[in-house]
Design a binder for this molecule. Structure first.
Ligand code: NDP
Length: 318
């Protein structure tokens, strides 16, 4: 495994980080979830990402149980706050001081840990003053319940404002968690340059585009059994936008020779591709079975030559 500093901080995380959205507590049974975590640990992954809202809090419980016997100091555990997880009272959502303070306690209880390494704002809250949010995060850090602060899907402007307030309050906002893959490159224009300037890293989600970049979804054909697209518990809905684009599925097949040239599988090529970006600290992978973890983790440390990066651009260009 390779490790990268998270933002301008001393914290190092594994450049392949394991996440449990859709899978733990939902698509896969707990035994399989535990086996995936085991495979991640065996492959040298030390960083694990979840959120209170995943499987309506169950994902945090499953991850906490799977990591229960590990040495806490050897792990980096990340979770998130924003979305409602239970009864929808007026304060059960967003980034108010009240919701943050209650959510962190619930997350720590479910993860069975005294602190998380990274506590992330899952989205930007337009209804709460940013000052209130950042002060609450600072208090969470001062209480020892989180070591660092991150955000997810914030714009460059929001990152800049949050970072400035964090600095005033003496805490570190060191990460941004956006979607990023060969087929979703929105962050390259503004988020990445601003983050590089501020000392914020990206932990990027869905690097294999939820399975699409593995090449297993063929244009005009039914989704393979057992895949996210065939998942009846909610996974299929999340991936349908990508699968509806037959032209994209066709072009993904054209990436196969590029992967072969590097002696990589398609999934490994996709994970390695996001890691070519210096502002990316980690590719945040999901898996529905342990073999996928073992396969994808081999992307760590791979360098894709410039001419192949260019060929990938040409294949996927609109
Ligand atoms: P990926 O793009 O890595 O997709 C993972 C899924 O793709 C697997 O569950 C599996 O699905 C399929 N897959 C992966 N590897 C292979 C392989 N080698 N062969 C065949 N199929 C494969 O990431 P996710 O979409 O799962 O997201 C990863 C993490 O990112 C989440 O767990 C979460 O932590 C984070 N995230 C954050 C968000 C945010 O708003 N901050 C939003 C979404 C995710 P299957 O086998 O079922 O087809």
């Amino acid at each position: 495994m390779h490790f990268r500093h998270l933002g301008r901080s001393g914290l190092k995380i594994s450049e392949i980080t394991y996440g449990n959205w859709i899978t733990h507590g939902s698509q896969v049974e707990n035994d399989t979830a535990t086996a995936c975590v085991r495979a991640a640990l065996d492959a040298g992954i030390t960083s694990f990402d979840t959120a209170d809202v995943y499987a309506n809090t169950k994902a945090e419980e499953v991850l906490g149980a799977a990591l229960a016997h590990e040495r806490r100091e050897s792990l980096e555990i990340f979770t998130k706050v924003y979305f409602p997880t239970g009864p929808m009272g007026p304060n059960d959502t967003g980034l108010s001081r009240k919701h943050i303070m209650e959510s962190i306690n619930g997350s720590l209880r479910r993860l069975d840990t005294d602190y998380v390494d990274l506590y992330q704002a899952h989205r930007y809250d337009y209804a709460t003053p940013l000052e209130e949010t950042m002060q609450a995060f600072a208090d969470v850090v001062r209480a020892g319940k989180a070591l660092y602060i991150g955000v997810s899907e914030w714009t460059a402007e929001q990152l800049r404002a949050g970072h400035a307030l964090a600095k005033e309050l003496g805490i570190s906002l060191i990460s941004s968690q956006p979607q990023y893959s060969m087929v979703w490159r929105v962050i390259e224009d503004e988020v990445v340059p601003t983050s590089s300037e501020l000392g914020i890293s990206q932990i990027v989600w869905s690097p294999v585009a939820q399975g699409v970049l593995t090449g297993k979804y063929l244009p005009g054909q039914a989704a393979p059994d057992g895949s996210r697209a065939a998942d009846t518990k909610g996974g299929a809905k999340m991936i349908e936008g990508l699968l509806g684009r037959e032209d994209l599925l066709r072009r993904v097949q054209d990436l196969r020779p590029v992967a072969q040239e590097l002696d990589l599988t398609m999934a490994q090529l996709a994970v390695a591709w996001v890691l070519q970006n210096d502002n990316v600290a980690a590719a945040l992978i999901g898996a529905s079975r342990p073999e996928q973890v073992a396969e994808n983790v081999a992307a760590a440390g791979i360098r894709i030559p410039g001419e192949l990066m260019k060929r990938i651009d040409e294949i996927l260009a609109d």
